[in-house]
Design a protein around this ligand. Sequence first.
Ligand SMILES: NC(=O)c1ccc[n+]([C@@H]2O[C@H](COP(=O)([O-])OP(=O)(O)OC[C@H]3O[C@@H](n4cnc5c(N)ncnc54)[C@H](O)[C@@H]3O)[C@@H](O)[C@H]2O)c1
Length: 255
Amino acid sequence: MVSGLVVGRLALVTGAGSGIGRAACQVLSKEGATVIAADRNYEAAVQTIKTHTALAPGTNGGEEHSAVELDVSNSKAVQDLVQDTLKQYKKPPCIIVNSAGITRDNWMLKLSEEDYDSVLNVNLKGTFLVMQAFAKAMAESSVSGSVINISSIVGKYGNMGQTNYASSKAGVVAMTQSAAKELGKFNIRVNAILPGFIDTPIIKTVPDKVKEQIMKLVPLGRLGNPAEVAEVIAFLSSDKSSFITGAAIDVSGGY
Ligand SMILES: NC(=O)c1ccc[n+]([C@@H]2O[C@H](COP(=O)([O-])OP(=O)(O)OC[C@H]3O[C@@H](n4cnc5c(N)ncnc54)[C@H](O)[C@@H]3O)[C@@H](O)[C@H]2O)c1
């Protein structure tokens, strides 16, 4: 008897080539899901599948994990992925994890319009495009499911140097709450996670001095690791969270 929180389910994870997305693939596959790892960086997505996923248990109908190249801000590419997925797996994914994200930090008074737009395009519009396209596929196939959007604690409290990023992440929470209201009737749940400071490549550009200041505000006194976010993703993907939708959950060490 195969056990696991999400045995036999198909999961799409964006931003799967690194950090939280990669950890989500690891934990979801360990819990029995078949994963589609999507990233703008195809080689990194392949690496996730090759070295970071558990083999889907034998009960998964012979389905195999796959890696795909995807720019979430490109609506045509997102639409194409829906069609390719339906062709390959004969069903839409019932777990969608929107983890693709970027930063282009700068003081607000110096922030370029280009850096504002690129962050909003990936973090907010990209989340919208993937959620819209795949929720539509789920609703059309009468598949119930769970969408998990990765926001940030910065979307709640703001952060110096991140007016663009904080806006995108606050938008993700409002979009999640709105989508949850619309998609409940299809039994599609939509939730957001607000990670605090997690040890992944995305925070490499944060100066050590700033990190030290932030640590003073974290009751648990350390950075989080990607697996600690991924475990919450697995919970929200599973029936253990069957009455949770429209929620925004901090995973921040108390920040
Ligand atoms: N690490 C943190 O401290 C932290 C905190 C709060 C929120 N987050 C959020 O968590 C998510 C994952 O971040 P992470 O820490 O794993 O960062 P990361 O940089 O390790 O991973 C992000 C991944 O997204 C991919 N990506 C970037 N743009 C893309 C696009 N247009 N289309 C598809 N893929 C794209 C990158 O190639 C990369 O593999 C992001 O949305 C980030 O904003 C991270």
